[in-house]
Ligand binder design. Structure first.
Ligand SMILES: [Zn+2]
Length: 187
């Protein structure tokens, strides 16, 4: 059965059997916090479990690498929405060890684009219109440094209120152990 059908089939009984009931909550985070983390599969359940966070406790923003790369990109906008409109009072940036973004090779990925049918013309057109693909696709060497950079970006954002602590942590994707990189209360 195709995945979509499998999901829709399952969903029908999920709703019918009211399996959603344990998850019902409001859109405001009970623990008044917002987390930025990586899309890594190992963290899907492990991250909240290891922090004692449940449905309704926190706002969760995810991308590849837990990287906040632009002060006016969608991640930063989401943080501001969480803070100003949804009662989040603390920000947690949580990278992880063995992150795919620490070993990503932009040149190789551009090669993969081409293997999957993206033409050289398209790559060149993007380059000529000012898209630095290599920079855009590059990750980080040190996850701690990346977390620190993202924390700085949030903390120094002109639109973030001064009294919002911004913490930086790194999680182990096998054990869930958290290492503190930036204590946002230290400011
Ligand atoms: Zn990752």
């Amino acid at each position: 059965m195709p995945l979509l059908d499998e999901i829709l089939n399952y969903n029908e009984s999920f709703v019918e059997e009211k399996a959603y009931e344990p998850y019902q909550t409001s859109k405001l985070p009970d623990k008044r916090m917002v987390v930025v983390s990586c899309m890594d599969t190992r963290l899907v359940e492990l991250l909240p479990r290891s922090m004692n966070l449940r449905n309704g406790d926190f706002k969760l923003i995810k991308n590849a690498g837990a990287i906040i790369s632009h002060p006016f990109g969608s991640v930063m906008r989401s943080i501001l929405v969480a803070v100003y409109e949804l009662n989040a009072d603390e920000v947690f940036v949580i990278g992880h060890h063995q992150c795919g973004m620490s070993s990503i090779e932009p040149q190789k990925m551009i090669g993969h684009f081409k293997e999957r049918g993206v033409s050289n013309d398209t790559i060149n057109t993007l380059k000529h219109s000012g898209v630095d693909l290599e920079k855009w696709l590059s990750g980080f060497k040190s996850v701690e440094e990346s977390v620190r950079n993202s924390v700085d970006m949030v903390r120094n954002h002109p639109l973030l209120p001064d009294d919002i602590p911004v913490h930086g942590l790194v999680i182990a994707p096998d054990t869930g152990k958290l290492d503190l990189v930036v204590d946002g209360y230290d400011r």
